[in-house]
Ligand binder design. Sequence first.
Ligand code: BDP
Length: 695
Amino acid sequence: EDGYDLWLRYRPLPAAQVAAYAPEMQHLRMDVDSPARAAARDELSNALQGLLGSAPQPVDRMRPGTLVIGTPASSPWLAGLAADVDGLGDEGFLVRRMRVDGQPAIVIAANADAGLVYGTFRFLRLLQTGQSLEALDLREAPRVKLRVLNHWDDLNRYVERGYSGQSIWDWHRLPGWLDPRYTDYARANASIGINGTVLNNVNANARILTPQYLEKVRALAGVMRPYGIRVYLSARFSAPMEIGGLATSDPLDPEVQRWWKAKADEIYGLIPDFGGFLVKANSEGQPGPQDYGRSHADGANLLADALAPHGGVVMWRAFVYSEEEPDDRHKQAYNEFVPHDGEFRDNVLVQVKNGAIDFQPREPFHPLFGAMPRTPLVMEFQITKEYLGFSTHLAYKGTLYEEVLRADTRVDGEGSTVANVVDGSLHGHVLSGMAGVANIGSDRSWSGSHFDQANWYAYGRLAWDPDLSSRAIAEEWVRMTFSNDPALVAPVVGMMMDSREAVVDYTGALGLHHLMGRGHHYGPGPWVDGGPRADWTSVYYHRATGEGIGFDRTTGGSDAVSQYAPELAAVFDDPTRVPEEFLLWFHHVPWDHPMRSGQPLWDELVMRYDRGVDTVRRMRATWDALQEHVDGERHRQVAAFLAIQENEAQWWRDASIAYFQTFARRPLPAGHAPPPRSLEYYQSLEFPHAPGDTQ
Ligand code: BDP
């Protein structure tokens, strides 16, 4: 059990469940006339062989205990379901226990192959999680259209902010060698509904667009296709100059336009279902349209026009902030993008990080959500844990995703949730998307740790249905990844549900943010100052002084609050009404600011640091007690990582308190031990090597 099998382990089910399920699925009636159907059939056979001890046998006439899989349009025996699958699109499906030709059967029906693949995985999940089939009748379709992974993978297999080994894309051996891992990657993604993957880093290398690399991309696209996954590429805006020999990349230059059109034609000649381009432009030193005095809309439309004849899309990132902006990085994306709402082509989506700064353990939702009604906005979540302890700290991000998706923007009255912006329903968009910065690498366990697989899983499930509950998702994942044993499920789900809040607590609660070590982003660095950019330091964000702490983003401060809908802005603006978890995000308050607990701010902050460490300690104890319920190999690794996490949570707590105490100049509240070492000691600690570091 090294984790390679992910949540698709298909280990034998307990005898009672086998006895209940097996008679219902002795036979299989399915026309296998496409690679996608073959993929679904193979998955089903392997899974049932593993779970139940035998694979269903193909039959061409109905017998009791038959699984019937197909489309009403092409399978005469399912023709009666035409109305039931109507409106489910190509990806939706129904799974139903019913009679077919007078015989009891389980049916997986859809309009197209993609739906059959999803329906098959959905059916298997029922068995894996031990559900009763008694009243089985599911009808599902994805809410979000483009459910995409973003790999920050370089062509030399280095993964930016990746903590699970090298890139899984072995560019050197492609296209000749198709590592079986690519197929398993596609299976895992299809099982959770992901239908697109951007293969290369947003800090893009233009060479990915050269013929030599496009052959390799084509080979990967071939592996993904049966699983309903399209490939996309990050495009470097200066590619026309770097690989095209042009003198400019100006989006309004006709030669540049011709170059991109020819490039798109070339790509679609090789990959007819190519998804499109993801672009990071004029951000953190990347080239972009502003280099020529043009706007983000000009840049995005240049690529959109090249892709449009082929049905491709552009996902144009809004993660922009410039060195020159002295005021508040929080406001920049909004200020740069809102004026261009309505100027983007129909096949452009603007991709927005979940919060206005950068994937911190907690941020309020990005004010762009709801503020660009004429443009579809892609939600960008980070699955890799750049700011939440890399792959050694256990932090289930399902709760973070859920918190953001459920946040109410109030732009169109109550119920204008971020989820409703993202799925396109609030403003009536046909296109919609969600992107997750992948945590996948060449490690045997894929994600660098067993529990980090849950973040990949949760992301996919929420992209399919942004209203799912993170707790229900955690439970599914635990059941499939470990076991259905109730003695294990409840405590492990409990650990996961507490885990992200623990990270918030021990790294800096109450709205503090961006306090990590410089460059590599690991461990505490609240003292980080100086260097090339103020907005890459910690002091820029926490603004601690002898009087108080926090970033004043109120109407009297940077006024970032005004980027939110008026009702919400009024709440954020008011220190007595702002949710406490965002107090220091929006306000600079005195150290003795009264908190809702009745304690002064300083005491509350210390209490939270300790609470975070305590939660990790409890998680460790919970896990240790589960030894007999988990295989030794996985149990040992998780236990070891939790020990690392406990040490480092303590380190974060001690270092942060030692530092902030120099401003607060107050003793620790009773019952809370002072940091054992001096501030100088914590500041002198060096982090030897951080994987995924860029600076
Ligand atoms: C930051 C990362 C950096 C990425 C950047 C981005 O530190 O490595 O390139 O985001 O999203 O969080 O473009």
